[in-house]
Design a protein around this ligand. Structure first.
Ligand SMILES: [Ca+2]
Ligand SMILES: [Ca+2]
Length: 239
């Protein structure tokens, strides 16, 4: 059997990017059909393969574009990670080197002022308020220890009183005292004892007696004069 004419039918569902040569053989006779296409093949095996120019060896534009998009996402992710690291280190650095105005001492995120003059509890709180803060509100053992060290065996008013209701101790922000573990003891009697030898109203204001260690709170008559300790946020301090 012989034939003079060969037919080659080639069907594409999508346009192809590369240039292909289709070879059809029968016996000793060969027929070549050259197909020029544009676009990319839908053959699964050719999707991820870089298309290379046979002459120059360079990658096709579509492949380069995909690589550019990938690199752009990598840069965006790296930039975000760098931003997070910068913010984290900035906050950490600020907490370590928290600064306060002159005459104020830093502790954690607050500033503390220790007076050199003495006055009663109410005037002491008024002075702290005028400076942008309030008498100290002690919320942790670390804070108590810091105050004890800074006070250096000097007595200071703190922001705790039961002047409204006897026995109901409130901080100057009106929050109740939850942890009484820093009350001191005198002659075997635990504070607060509301001792009324000097004041018929008893003792309604708390003072830090730092020579008693961490258990250094004593209730004292509010009318007595004493030094005072304020605390404030740096941004609120009025100089
Ligand atoms: Ca009292
Ligand atoms: Ca007392």
């Amino acid at each position: 059997m012989s034939a003079d004419i060969h037919y080659a039918t080639v069907n594409f569902s999508q346009k192809k990017l590369n240039k292909e040569v289709l070879r059809i053989q029968e016996g000793d006779t060969s027929t070549y059909a050259e197909v020029k296409v544009s676009g990319r093949s839908d053959s699964p095996s050719s999707i991820d393969e870089p298309v290379t120019d046979k002459n120059s060896g360079e990658k096709a534009p579509g492949d380069l574009q995909r690589r550019v998009v990938k690199l752009r996402w990598v840069f965006i992710i790296l930039a975000l990670l760098c931003l997070v690291l910068v913010i984290t280190f900035s906050l950490h650095f600020k907490s370590i080197n928290y600064t306060c105005p002159q005459l104020w001492r830093p502790f954690q995120s607050k500033c503390y002022f220790f007076s050199t003059v003495e006055m009663n509890w109410t005037l002491s709180q008024d002075n702290c308020t005028a400076m942008g803060g309030h008498l100290v509100i002690i919320e942790s053992e670390d804070e108590q220890e810091f105050l004890q060290q800074e006070a250096n065996n000097t007595q200071y008013w703190i922001g705790l009183t039961d002047s409204e209701t006897e026995g109901k101790w409130l901080w100057v922000d009106k929050s109740p005292l939850h942890d009484p573990k820093f009350w001191g003891e005198r002659n075997g009697i635990k504070e607060p004892d509301n001792y009324n030898n000097t004041d018929p109203n008893g003792e309604d204001c708390a003072r830090l007696n730092t020579d008693k260690g961490l258990k250094g709170w004593f209730d004292v008559s509010c009318g007595r004069n004493s030094k005072w300790a304020c605390e404030a946020q740096d941004k609120n301090i009025k100089l």
